[in-house]
Unconditional design. Structure first.
Length: 563
């Protein structure tokens, strides 16, 4: 590893920077505490975005991957979160009075003296690859580690837990442990941070030698700093207590609910526990009621598909289906659509399991199978309430499907969901459930399939020249002016390269040919070809359009639609 002096000489020799420019940049860095690379850019001395990578070979440095599986909290806390993110450094190791910093930025060699002064420690630098730094920044500083690391240390030193997985603990003793202040603070901080980071789920997972916490953000799980293993049972007990679960029951799965108000926002957490080999696994699904209140323009429809969906919403009767796997955004689309139909001259009713979001002005019913309040029984009662629009949370069986389609046939506009791979398959799925083909043909108005893809971070997405295979996938002509972007990573997106998700869709509206094929019980592939002839744009085609608009990437579209 070159010294600071050797790095300065090398930069001068290759003509990248003069000694005067370097000295000016280092002086300015001490004033504004920015990274040396950003300071050089602001001064206009550095223009190449990838200059760090090209310098590696000049410095004779071979970037390596970190082999450290889990950095101790006492090492992580030596560098504040904001400092680590600004300078792209990770405290890799602590050797007596020396802290070893890992970085993917060779120019940080110029800043060793600055790091020593700011961190009040001797500093040694090692170079690792960009992916390692990006994942480590996300893992250790995605949450406010300045808050968590001292809390972990406090728990380790001042809190001697009595709960052990191998022992039977009386419920009152377990409740006493769960009410200790450090455990309450940790549970609250994990929930609050998950909400702050836009997580849809928080996964609390006891492993053999580790107590792992992960957040699902934009559909992808990200590991965060792990609490001490010896408090796992107390933390899980605390979360179960908050969800009003039975602390004594550890042999069977349980479901619960936590209602909170975080940063002025009403938050509903659906909590689920599952017995495991090393303790109970717990998942909290975060339902942010304010996040559900989207407008139609925020769902991700392109103009052509928005026009088709608006046509389906304007029917006075019939059934409209939304299909896709769990987590594909079906509920969000339906709630948003119902909100547009929610006017004083219409009566809207829903039957769901569970009622995830409450919408003022809509009559919502939650099914309770234990008292025989099922989709089909509620739907029968709905028809005596004279509704204009009905939402059936999911069609799972013949009875529910038959009642829903007959209701659609008698002048009600019915919305529901199915689990199918594409939109045209909804026809064959209903027939497979046992619904008569004539009932499907006469009541179905149309269907939409959807998936969610992560959207590129607008602050750090990078344009690039695609290879021939990618051009073929995107159907880009040789002299096309299409601009294609890839993910990069910055502080705004927590170094993932993505921020938020958007839908990709395929929508068909029934026509005479599709109704005839339904009556003939045609194969799904035949119905799909007819839907495309009728103007249906496939999900992959919709995804390609969004790639060309710079909204997402090729990898994202392929991952949800296949190649």
């Amino acid at each position: 590893m070159p010294t600071k002096r050797e790095a300065i000489v090398l930069l001068q020799n290759i003509g990248l920077l003069t000694k005067k420019q370097i000295e000016e940049a280092l002086a300015k860095q001490r004033e504004n505490k920015r990274s040396i690379k950003n300071v050089l850019k602001e001064l206009g001395y550095l223009t190449n975005e990838n200059i760090g990578l090209s310098l590696l070979s000049q410095f004779g440095i071979l970037p390596r991957s970190s082999t450290e599986e889990n950095l101790p909290s006492e090492v992580v806390k030596t560098v504040p979160s904001s400092f680590a993110k600004e300078h792209r450094i990770i405290p890799f190791e602590r050797r007596n009075e020396t802290i070893v910093l890992a970085t993917d930025e060779p120019l940080n060699l110029l800043s060793i003296d600055y790091f020593k002064d700011e961190l009040k420690k001797k500093v040694q630098l090692i170079i690792v690859n960009q992916d390692t730094i990006a994942s480590s920044l996300k893992k250790y500083y995605g949450i406010e580690t300045e808050d968590l690391a001292p809390l972990f240390e406090k728990i380790d030193k001042g809190y001697a837990p009595t709960l052990k997985e191998s022992e039977e603990i009386a419920p009152d003793e377990e409740e006493k442990e769960a009410k200790r202040t450090p455990i309450i603070q940790l549970a609250n901080l994990l929930i609050a941070d998950g909400i702050k980071k836009r997580a849809s789920d928080i996964h609390v997972e006891p492993l053999e030698h580790k107590f792992r916490i992960r957040y699902r953000i934009d559909g992808v799980l990200h590991e965060t700093l792990s609490p001490p293993k010896n408090i796992q049972r107390a933390v899980i007990a605390r979360l179960k207590l908050m969800a009003k679960m039975n602390l004594a029951e550890k042999r069977l799965p349980q479901d619960g609910r936590i209602m909170l108000n975080v940063l002025g926002r009403p938050i509903d957490l659906r909590v689920s526990t599952l017995p495991g080999l090393y303790g109970e696994s717990l998942v909290m699904r975060i339902l942010d009621k304010t996040a559900m209140l989207l407008g139609m323009d925020q769902l991700g429809f392109l103009a052509e598909d928005r026009k088709k969906w608006d046509i389906l919403l304007k029917f006075s009767g019939g059934i409209v289906l939304v299909t896709g796997p769990t987590g594909s955004g079906k509920t969000t689309t339906l709630y948003t659509s119902l909100n547009t139909l929610n006017t004083t001259d219409k009566k809207l009713m829903t039957v769901e399991e569970p009622v995830e979001y409450q919408i003022p002005g809509i009559n919502q019913t939650q099914v309770r199978p234990e008292i025989k309040l099922t989709f089909s029984s509620v739907l029968r009662s709905f028809l005596r309430q004279s509704p204009d629009v009905v939402l059936v949370g999911e069609i799972r069986d013949f009875e529910t499907a038959d009642i829903a389609l007959r209701a659609a046939l008698t002048g009600h506009l019915v919305f529901s969901t199915l689990h199918t791979n594409d939109a045209p398959s909804s026809i064959t799925r209903l027939i497979d459930l046992g619904v008569a083909p004539f009932l499907v043909a006469s009541s179905l108005q149309g269907a939409m399939a959807q998936r969610l893809t992560r959207t590129l971070c607008p602050y750090c997405k990078e344009e690039y020249e695609p290879d021939e295979q990618t051009k073929e996938f995107l159907k880009i002509k040789e002299n096309g002016e299409t601009h294609i972007f890839k993910s990069n990573g910055c502080e705004a997106c927590d170094y993932t390269g993505y921020h938020g998700r958007t839908g990709i869709f395929e929508i068909f509206i029934m026509n005479q040919e599709l109704r005839q094929l339904t009556l003939e019980k045609a194969a799904a592939s035949t119905i799909r070809k007819a839907a495309i002839r009728a103007g249906m744009r496939t999900m992959q085609e919709d995804g390609v359009e969004k790639i060309k608009k710079g909204l997402t990437t090729v990898d994202e579209v392929i991952s949800v639609t296949g190649k």
